[in-house]
Design a protein. Structure first.
Length: 72
């Protein structure tokens, strides 16, 4: 997210009348999403680098591929 998008989201969240518990829940979900996006981006960049270096791996199933991506 860009700084402007984050600022807009923050301003919107402040307008909501959320309990302390709900604010904590929302913050955890936002952090979860950011963490999974960062992991996916890092794994993708590593896979691209490996392909550029000629380190191409084939997988028998999509599940094998997913397992490999989450191990990166």
């Amino acid at each position: 997210m860009s700084t402007a998008q984050i600022e807009g989201l923050w301003q919107y969240i402040q307008t909501l009348s959320l309990s302390k518990r709900n604010k904590k829940w929302l913050a955890e979900r936002l952090l979860e999403n950011e963490t999974s996006q960062n992991h996916a981006s890092t794994a993708t960049m590593k896979a691209i680098k490996e392909a550029e270096e000629g380190k191409v791996t084939s997988f028998a199933t999509i599940d094998d591929f997913k397992k490999h991506m989450y191990e990166l």
